[in-house]
Design a binder for this molecule. Structure first.
Ligand SMILES: Cc1cc2nc3c(=O)[nH]c(=O)nc-3n(C[C@H](O)[C@H](O)[C@H](O)COP(=O)(O)OP(=O)(O)OC[C@H]3O[C@@H](n4cnc5c(N)ncnc54)[C@H](O)[C@@H]3O)c2cc1C
Length: 459
């Protein structure tokens, strides 16, 4: 993939020679996604360090008629962060400053390239927490999580990224800059552009910084892994825990076959001697020790076949590894199809059975891995043993989700992977409104033109 010399030279002028990368070996990690399912080529990876440099890069690309894929940690799972159509990759990780924590208001300004792990450590040191957490925390960035409205393991308590967001600084496709970093809790002046950019997947603007709310830091965290012999009983328990446990911060669900894979591939000891159908991982977090409250809530549950509890950091991390190891262990089988969906609570149990049957009826060699954030109705349907470009799997799963009134994109976004199915869950009028917004803010399709919106003929 080549670019006009004039564009490369404008990019070098914008960020300096050292930060326009073109060596195929050096840029390989930027052109392939985390799963290995999506890969493309790019004339250059450009690494600005300031907002002015982002402006200069966006203008240079616009002037040359080139498109841009904004990229943070490249942990996105829907093919939205890699150059599938020869776009310039705009790597935002050098924008990595953190402003002072406002200790009274519980707020901080973080530049786009700050990782979620660093943000957590920084907030902790100031006596606060950040409400969004996910197992990609070591690489996923503030910019990427705002752009995808990331969810993660604590949505139940704190909500998705949009709920943490007080404002953003961003560069529009024409190089204009919006700066809304004052941290006002109440400000209903006109359209909420920061809210609009959250979840826009790099299609409307490049996010360069975000003003984020922090949450109180619990001093005690207790984790329990519960085993059940039927998925329905496990899901009933999730509802019960939500109702009874004030300190509940996370409820995750996975199956025996996923646990077996994680133990085998990641070399972990099995948590229980016997096998069970379904597992629920529960995290309670509070300013006073929630162990007794958690134990009573578990005692009151029906159908708990086995329990393991950890009240220390090491034990809690070990129990979490059974759940968080799923993504990594599944990837070791080859590039999976990852379909991240939400179901209404009363549809979840039936969906877990039906989705496996549907996938296997389409492709008998497929293996289906189901896990997710149980309290949000969010299931990660992972399918291995299928060619990366086999759209029949996506179609089968997303049609089923739509029939059961769910969402085809719980927290990962639409990306390129699901854009052809947007019509299943958004009306023609809504898609027309999306397109009008895109055309208004990016009339020349500079920013992520192949992401989120369906190809024109589908609308
Ligand atoms: C092991 C693993 C676990 C995960 N768990 C979760 C989970 O629990 N919950 C969840 O929600 N997601 C999860 N994800 C998905 C992923 O981590 C999130 O989508 C995350 O928000 C992506 O952040 P990133 O910095 O890596 O962004 P990227 O992958 O680089 O980009 C994602 C999208 O955002 C756009 N983008 C990135 N930065 C910017 C910017 N500064 N301005 C404008 N657009 C931008 C990109 O163009 C792309 O469309 C997981 C991924 C992995 C690999």
């Amino acid at each position: 993939m080549t670019a006009p010399k004039s564009l490369l030279s404008a990019l070098r002028n914008a960020v300096g020679d050292a930060h326009v990368l073109t060596d195929p070996d050096v840029i390989a990690g930027h052109t392939r996604d985390w799963t290995g399912r999506f890969s493309g080529t790019t004339p250059a990876v450009v690494r600005p360090a300031t907002v002015d440099e982002v402006v200069a890069v966006v203008r240079a690309c616009g002037d040359a008629g080139a498109s841009i894929v904004p990229q943070g940690g490249n942990t996105g799972l829907v093919g939205g962060s890699v150059p599938l159509h020869g776009e310039i990759v705009l790597d935002l990780r050098r924008l990595d400053a953190l402003g002072p924590v406002d200790a009274g208001a519980g707020q901080v300004t973080a530049e786009a390239g700050v990782t979620i792990e660093r943000l957590h450590d920084y907030a902790h040191a100031a006596g606060w927490n950040y409400g969004v957490d996910l197992s990609a925390r070591g690489s996923a960035t503030v910019g990427g999580t705002v752009a995808t409205n990331a969810g993660g393991i604590h949505v139940l308590r704190y909500g998705s990224t949009r709920r943490q967001l007080l404002g953003v600084e961003a560069v529009f496709a024409d190089g204009g800059v919006m700066r809304r970093l004052d941290g006002l809790e109440k400000d209903n002046t006109g359209y909420d552009l920061s809210g609009l950019l959250c979840g826009s997947e790099g299609t409307l603007a490049v996010i360069t910084a975000a003003r984020l709310k922090l949450v109180p830091r619990p001093t005690h965290v207790v984790v329990a892994l519960l085993a059940f012999d039927a998925a329905e009983t496990a899901l009933d328990a999730v509802g019960e825990l939500r109702r009874e446990l004030d300190s509940l911060r996370a409820v995750e669900l996975f199956e025996q076959r996923g646990l077996d894979l994680v133990c085998e591939r990641l070399g972990l000891a099995r948590p229980f001697p016997a096998g069970h159908a379904t597992f629920v991982l529960v995290e309670a977090a509070a300013r006073t020790d929630p162990t007794d409250e958690l134990a009573s809530a578990i005692d009151a549950l029906v159908g708990v076949a086995d329990v393991a509890v950890a009240a220390d950091d090491r034990g809690a991390r070990d129990l979490w590894r059974y759940r968080e190891g799923h993504t990594e262990a599944i990837n070791l089988l080859g590039s999976p199809h990852k379909l991240d969906v939400t179901l209404p609570a009363d549809q979840l149990a039936a969906f877990l059975v039906e989705v496996r049957e549907r996938v296997v009826s389409v492709e008998p060699n497929a293996a289906v891995w189901l896990f997710g954030h149980a309290a949000d109705g969010n299931v990660h349907v992972n399918v291995t043993g299928v060619a990366p470009d086999d759209d029949r799997i996506t179609d089968a799963v997303l049609q089923l989700v739509a029939r059961r009134h769910g969402s085809i994109s719980a927290e990962h976004g639409i990306g390129t992977a699901k854009r052809a199915w947007l019509h299943l869950v958004r009306s023609a009028e809504e898609i027309a409104a999306y397109r009008a917004i895109k055309n208004a803010l990016d009339p020349n399709s500079v920013l992520n033109p192949n992401v989120l919106l369906p190809p024109e003929t589908r609308a």
